[in-house]
Ligand binder design. Structure first.
Ligand code: AHG
Ligand code: MN
Ligand code: MN
Ligand code: MN
Length: 329
């Protein structure tokens, strides 16, 4: 019964990546190396996050990012650490980041891949010791190797992602990613400095009883969303909202649930960013049996036109998301 890709719980991420690569004889190893570079960045950010309270890494920078949000020190640190790991790793020719308006050129014009990232997700939770994350999305470039990458490399659409994932810095740190076959979770063992396969072939429960949204925005939500949330209350579902998308998604992925970030008066197109929040999680959703939609269309079908564009997001167990969509119709 051995699936060619199956490896037992407890193997290291490095071993797993190597095994996957030999299972695909045409793979040249660059994507494997890129994933290792991302894991390294994850370890570095894990370290920063875990000592943040000790060396004055909490609090704001006193400036705003391109989104008009006040940037936290760890937002900046994660952005720098992640960009540096990708530059030094050599497999990404360009990066876009929530924290920077324009493309970050790595100088590696011979590299094949581009990466879109949310270096630190859940900024509002940094100072209070609550789970935060990193989200990443990888494309094979469409511009010729050796030339300067362009916007077109990043605006291919979510279905063209070759890999995507997140790192959740929670009660433990876990890396969850997919290269388009299935999705696996690797828990970080800080004493070994290794990510260890702990959640092989993650599958989301088809139905669930957890709903996650910012209840304070309820009056802004469209009537269909309000009606759906009332139905959740009537059924005595459980409300759980951390305010870090990665953490909310991860919980619902494992336990069954739905995450909602509808349009509001403040954010009429939704709050979450398409390229480095919604697309990568929608890619993982597809690999794990979840559904991700704007209410009108599948997230992965959105044609992107700018780096920082936003989208409404409803994501989670298929029965719950389809039920919600019924209320919206
Ligand atoms: P980020 O910290 O990367 O800017 O993302 C914040 C996002 C997401 O993580 C979270 O789910 C959502 O904002 C929370 O928004 P509200 O505070 O409006 O509920
Ligand atoms: Mn932010
Ligand atoms: Mn975010
Ligand atoms: Mn962020």
């Amino acid at each position: 019964a051995s699936h060619p890709l199956a490896l037992p719980v407890g193997v290291t991420l490095d071993r797993y990546i190597m095994h996957r690569q030999t299972a695909f004889p045409y793979a040249t190893g660059e994507l494997s190396q890129l994933l290792r570079d991302i894991a390294l960045a994850g370890k570095i950010i894990h370290r920063e996050v875990n000592r943040a309270g000790l060396i004055d890494l909490t609090g704001g920078m006193g400036i705003q990012n391109v989104q008009g949000e006040s940037q936290q020190k760890l937002d900046m640190i994660a952005n720098i650490r992640f960009s540096r790991a990708l530059k030094n790793g050599g497999e990404a020719c360009a990066i876009i980041s929530e924290e920077e308006e324009e493309i970050i050129y790595t100088g590696n014009n011979h590299a094949k891949y581009v990466v879109a990232m949310d270096p630190l997700d859940g900024s509002s939770n940094i100072d209070v010791n609550v789970s935060i994350g990193t989200i990443f999305s990888i494309y094979r470039r469409v511009t010729p190797i050796g030339t300067q990458p362009t916007m077109a490399d990043f605006l291919q659409g979510g279905r063209r992602q070759v890999a995507a994932g997140y790192i959740l810095y929670g009660s433990s740190t876990i890396l969850v990613y997919s290269t388009g076959h299935n999705a696996n979770g690797f828990t970080y063992d800080a004493s070994l400095g290794e990510f260890i396969l702990s959640h092989p072939d993650i599958q989301c429960p088809a139905d669930g009883q957890i709903y996650s949204c910012n209840d304070g925005n309820l009056d802004d939500y469209e009537p269909g969303v309000q009606a759906y949330l009332s139905a959740c209350r009537r059924k005595k579902y459980t409300a759980r909202y951390i305010g870090s998308l990665v953490a909310d998604f991860h919980r619902n992925l494992l336990k069954g649930g739905i995450y909602l970030y509808p349009p509001t008066k403040k954010n009429p197109d939704g709050k979450l960013r398409l390229l480095y929040e919604a697309f990568p999680l929608a890619f993982l959703a597809e690999m794990t049996g979840c559904v991700a939609t704007t209410g009108q269309q599948s997230i992965l079908d959105i044609k992107p036109d700018s780096f920082h564009q936003r989208t409404p997001l409803y994501i989670g167990s298929p029965v719950m998301v389809e039920n919600l969509v019924g209320f919206l119709a």
